[in-house]
Design a protein around this ligand. Structure first.
Ligand SMILES: Cc1cc2nc3c(=O)[nH]c(=O)nc-3n(C[C@H](O)[C@H](O)[C@H](O)COP(=O)(O)O)c2cc1C
Length: 181
């Protein structure tokens, strides 16, 4: 079982990317995480450029190959970072054969503020569901992120680890085999 992880942050020391790395440690033994880290190279969506560049195609192929998807999103001004939304817009096309259609997806998020990017997470879930993904009903919100990761970047919060482990179990064990994720 392949889990494709996409962080919505381009930042080198991103807490959301660290959250994906933490997820890698907490996955059931039957699952392996592959992180897609070329988000910066995705061009702005333009219908005139469809089906898109080689990077867009490699993203499409990575999503198609994966059994399930794991998104870790920051919150920018109460919403999804533009570059991540842009990538999902590419993935949502062509509508009838989108690689997102029917794909189980879990959304988690980290922010430096108190709430753990819950608004961005909610918006990303809406966008993914609109594109046909089967969005898992689970939320992991890492607020005050600088206090939750140690200097080496490892997650150091047992409660969040438990939530993440549980959500990953739903994503990898239940969602792929249920009709309604
Ligand atoms: C343009 C911008 C807008 C932001 N808006 C929000 C926001 O609406 N809510 C929030 O909780 N944090 C907000 N933040 C702070 C982010 O939570 C913080 O930068 C976080 O570390 C980003 O995630 P990353 O570490 O994965 O890059 C914003 C940061 C930036 C750069």
């Amino acid at each position: 079982m392949t889990v494709l992880g996409i962080s919505g942050s381009l930042r080198r020391d991103s807490y959301n990317t660290k959250l994906l790395r933490a997820a890698e440690e907490l996955l059931p033994a039957s699952a392996a995480l592959e992180i897609w880290d070329d988000l910066r190279a995705v061009p702005p969506f333009d219908e005139d450029d469809e089906p898109g560049t080689a990077v867009v195609e490699s993203l499409r192929e990575a999503v198609a190959r994966a059994d399930v998807l794991l998104f870790a999103t920051p919150e920018y001004n109460a919403s999804v970072p533009g570059q991540l939304k842009n990538a999902v817009d590419w993935l949502s096309r062509p509508v009838a054969t989108s690689v997102l259609r029917g794909k189980p997806a879990l959304v988690v998020g980290a922010s430096t503020g108190a709430f753990g990017a819950v608004w961005a997470q909610a918006e990303l879930r809406k966008v993914l569901a609109t594109a046909g993904a089967r969005v898992v009903e689970a939320e992991v919100a890492v607020g005050h992120a600088p206090a939750k990761f140690d200097e080496g970047g490892a997650l150091r919060d047992e409660e969040i680890e438990d939530q993440l482990r549980e959500a990953l179990e739903v994503l990898t064990v239940e969602a792929p085999f249920s009709l309604v994720a």
